[in-house]
Design a protein around this ligand. Structure first.
Ligand code: EPZ
Length: 417
């Protein structure tokens, strides 16, 4: 089991090229089932979640090859409509294959997805939408069995702008008779990226980025290529690293517009931020100060995935910062670990109150989930002394070689088994 060891207190300097977005490439790998041909996905990060999606595609009968940051998915040979429990458990995004399999084969058998434990993560919105499109769904013995002679386009109003449910409906609607209109849809940039991939396949879909998305079911062209958008949460994490350790880093291959809520918060914290069309320069040499309450919301609000890393950057800021986590019920599991480093954090339900301390100290700590793990890295970079982080597998799910990147920026960091 890997461990990451950091000797903190070194300022970071240098340039980071931000890799492709995990939360975009995973639904696009599922959407490749719609192609009935070969999809070439460019800017694909090297992540264990991408490997898990590859295992699902191969199990379903597809041919998947990888060359560096390029992944080739040939779904002509799709033969199966079931995903075994052990593959479903590996990540939350496994549930996104449901819509694509239903669109291609009209039947699917799977179970509840796995993924980060952030409190209850039901899929009721996914299933009720598919039922509204005409699917018969039986939930028996831990299995979810879906069947539909033909899915029909209809109006789907989501009770909550769920990212996953929006993606599943977009995929299920791609081949069905008639038009599907999703209202109260999620507006995340990853939804926009899925739309642009579907359009490359010739699917008439529009409205992504707004709360109303329209999909006209139709046939698709076979082969296509897609360039995945940069990972805005990875970018936010590296900026939090700079804020925590001090120093100055430049991010390239990033869309500043996708993380405005985070850059504005870090500027308020005292960081100097300059943006270009696809670059962000953050100078964090000045001491940080506490900011107004950070309230997580669906996009374009403050992203819940950036809450843990930005919290870690606020631990030694002068003053008190309040966090309100509105998206997930239990997304403060990193707090107990940060307290081991001397952080002063009080939590009450969805609220966390961070009182800035003069300095943090190194400690042996454990990563509890993906972004929680990232927050431990951020804190350790600014702490005095040695920190050893276990549970690194969580971090590998969403960050491509983060220890190598931080080392290139001057951190004293080592990953070992
Ligand atoms: C996506 O998860 C992301 N994952 C998450 O990132 C991210 O935190 C989340 O969106 C919110 O932005 C991927 O894209 C793979 P939701 P998803 O459906 O689709 C409730 C990371 O760190 N809900 O928008 O699962 C749900 O319980 C991960 O990269 C229902 O009640 O998120 C949650 O409270 C973590 N019923 C809220 O909605 C449903 O059927 C948001 O969930 C679906 C969701």
């Amino acid at each position: 089991m890997s461990i990451i060891r950091i000797d903190g207190g070194r300022r970071l300097y240098g340039t980071v090229s931000v890799h492709g977005a995990k939360n975009s490439v995973l639904p696009i790998m599922a959407a490749a089932l719609l192609a009935c041909g070969e999809t070439v996905i460019h800017n694909c990060p090297n992540l264990s979640d991408v490997d898990a999606a590859t295992r699902i595609l191969v199990h379903l009968g597809c041919i998947v090859n990888r060359e560096g940051a390029k992944v080739y998915v040939d779904s002509k040979t799709l033969t199966r409509s079931d995903i075994p429990h052990e593959l479903m458990r590996e990540m939350r995004s496994s549930v996104i294959f449901l819509g694509a399999i239903m669109a291609r084969l009209g039947e699917a058998v799977l179970s509840l997805p796995g993924g980060c434990e952030l409190g209850p993560r039901p899929i009721d919105l996914h299933l009720s939408a598919l039922r509204a499109m005409g699917a018969e769904i039986d939930e028996e013995g831990g299995n979810i069995v879906c069947k539909a002679k033909s899915l029909k386009g209809c109006r789907i109003n989501l009770a909550f702008p769920s990212v996953g449910a929006t993606e599943n409906v977009m995929l299920a609607a791609a081949k069905c008779a008639g038009t599907t209109i999703i209202t109260n849809a999620a507006c995340e940039p990853e939804i926009w990226d899925l739309q642009s991939y579907m359009r490359r396949l010739g699917i008439k879909v529009h409205g992504a980025g707004t709360s109303i998305i329209t999909i006209e079911g139709c046939g698709q062209k076979g082969n296509t290529e897609h360039w995945v958008i940069p990972d805005r949460i990875v970018a936010a994490t590296y900026m939090a690293c700079a804020a925590s350790s001090g120093g100055m880093i430049e991010l390239t291959n990033v869309y500043p517009g996708h993380i405005l809520a985070v850059t504005e918060t870090l500027e308020e914290m005292g960081c100097e931020i300059k943006t270009g069309s696809d670059t962000i320069l953050i100078n964090a040499d000045k001491p940080r100060k506490a900011v107004k309450p950070i309230i997580t919301k669906p996009y374009p609000g403050f992203p819940t995935d950036a809450q843990p890393p930005v919290m870690a950057a606020s631990l030694t800021a002068d003053g008190t910062t309040v966090f309100v986590e509105n998206i997930f019920e239990n997304r403060y599991r990193h707090v107990a670990e940060l307290r081991r480093m001397g952080a002063d954090i009080k939590t009450e339900g969805r609220v966390a109150i961070v009182s800035g301390v003069k300095k943090l100290h190194g400690a042996p700590i454990t990563s509890t989930d993906l972004r929680g793990g990232a927050s431990l890295l951020v804190a350790a970079l600014g702490a005095e002394g040695i920190t050893e982080i276990s549970g690194v597998a969580h971090i590998d799910r969403g960050y491509d070689d983060i220890t190598g990147v931080l080392e290139s920026l001057g951190a004293d960091i080592l990953k070992f088994d």
